[in-house]
Design a protein around this ligand. Structure first.
Ligand code: Z5A
Length: 213
């Protein structure tokens, strides 16, 4: 039996961390066996790569280096965590995945989408998320929310225009592949955001049950 692969995406400060806790509760109530994980990261080695990627440094990180590090961590994470869990029938809830690469490295940094697609195919083969929730928020509101936290990492030091391009990237992908994506207005009050997330999950769960039966 194959598990389901759910990813949560969005720009800075959209509330992924807050709402992943909500999704975990929902899955527990349904009696679904699941694991939560994140990218970049998710294994000890991939977490080291995460640290390389997020730590601000004097040396400029080349766009190609950043892209390859994202996929290097992903290869490790998929092989060690995601694929084994899905094969055992577990669901996976992942905080960011390859849509983030298209949005941040593709739209944000301007890297070639075809190159990203090529690396995606190399690393993931046919594996794609079953459901992607994009928490969408005007960039300025997200940055305002995020500013109340700790010192900014390397990405958080980017200009506002970078995050505008990233947001556009997410919305373009959702518009092009409406089947797998649900865009949620994350600027609303938390209770409203979570009602929308619950509706999306219930819908997805019902569909996956129907397919199974
Ligand atoms: N990255 C990449 O470039 N390419 C890739 O392929 C991948 C990633 C996979 C690390 O990601 C960086 O990696 C990321 C993209 C890059 N960089 N950026 N930017 P991350 O996911 O670890 O980092 P993050 O985007 O900074 O996420 P975060 O720190 O976990 O933020 P969040 O989870 O979205 O937000 P939050 O902590 O849940 O909420 C922020 C605040 O808002 C908090 O005080 C909440 O209480 C509050 N909040 C949440 N919801 C609401 C509502 N509805 N109303 C009011 N206040 C709210």
């Amino acid at each position: 039996m194959q598990g389901k692969f759910i990813t949560i995406e969005g720009t800075e400060g959209v509330g992924k961390t807050t709402n992943i806790a909500f999704i975990q509760n929902w899955l527990s109530e349904k009696g679904v066996e699941f694991s939560s994980t994140r990218e970049p990261g998710g294994t000890p080695l991939a977490e080291e790569i995460r640290s390389l990627l997020l730590t601000p440094r004097a040396e400029t990180v080349c766009d190609t280096t950043e892209l390859l590090l994202m996929f290097a961590g992903r290869a490790q994470h998929l092989n060690k965590v995601v694929v084994p869990a899905l094969t055992m029938g577990k669901w996976i809830v992942c905080d960011r995945f390859t849509d983030a690469t298209y949005a941040y490295q593709g739209f944000g940094r301007g890297m070639d989408q075809k190159l990203i697609a090529h690396l995606e195919q190399l690393v993931q083969k046919e594996l794609r998320p079953d459901l992607t929730l994009i928490l969408d928020i005007p960039v300025e509101i997200g940055l305002q929310r995020a500013s109340q936290r700790s010192t900014p990492d390397r990405f958080e030091q980017e200009k506002v225009s970078f995050f505008h391009r990233v947001r556009e990237g997410y919305l373009c992908r959702a518009a092009e592949n409406s089947d797998r994506y649900v865009v949620i207005d994350a600027s609303k009050a938390l209770q409203d955001v979570q009602t929308a997330i619950r509706n999306a999950l219930e819908d997805f769960y019902l569909k996956s049950q129907r397919k199974f039966n």
